[in-house]
Design a protein around this ligand. Structure first.
Ligand SMILES: Nc1ncnc2c1ncn2[C@@H]1O[C@H](COP(=O)(O)OP(=O)(O)OP(=O)(O)O)[C@@H](O)[C@H]1O
Length: 121
């Protein structure tokens, strides 16, 4: 496989990864819906810029973690389709990474709503 392809070609590979995840991973589709809800919440509440920055970072981090988790799962399934405790640990850790970031995102939404509620929305 040729290394160091031009930028447009690497962007095409990345787009293919995004499309594959959106088509085949129910969790990724759920997270895309959650991100859409988060963006709508930001538009509705119009908080200070810092909330937008933190929110965008968190939402991108959840999606990126899910994509990396899918990559780990695909490789694990290729290397060891049979049950193996190390595959279980790799997949469980990948899922845990997504969970940690998702909890942070939910806390961010709760803090945003609480802060706006205190300010009378
Ligand atoms: N080959 C395997 N060996 C050992 N355990 C496995 C194996 N495949 C799956 N598991 C266990 O089953 C869990 C779910 O794995 P699976 O590949 O079905 O992920 P998934 O449900 O598609 O996850 P996600 O929703 O994050 O995509 C893993 O976290 C792991 O504990």
């Amino acid at each position: 496989m040729k290394k160091n392809s031009p930028l447009w070609r690497r962007a095409l590979f990345a787009g293919r990864g995004l499309w594959a995840a959106a088509r085949e991973e129910a969790s990724f589709r759920t997270e895309l819906l959650a991100v859409a809800a988060g963006v709508m919440l930001l538009y509705w509440l119009r908080p200070p810029l810092i909330w937008w920055g933190v929110g965008i970072l968190l939402m991108a981090a959840v999606l990126a973690a899910e994509l990396l988790n899918s990559a780990v799962e695909s490789l694990a399934d290729l290397v060891s389709p049979e049950y193996h405790p190390l595959v279980a640990r790799a997949k469980d850790c990948g899922a845990a990474a997504v969970l940690v970031l998702s909890i942070a995102a939910v806390l961010w939404v709760a803090l945003l709503l609480w802060q706006r509620w205190c300010a009378g929305l």
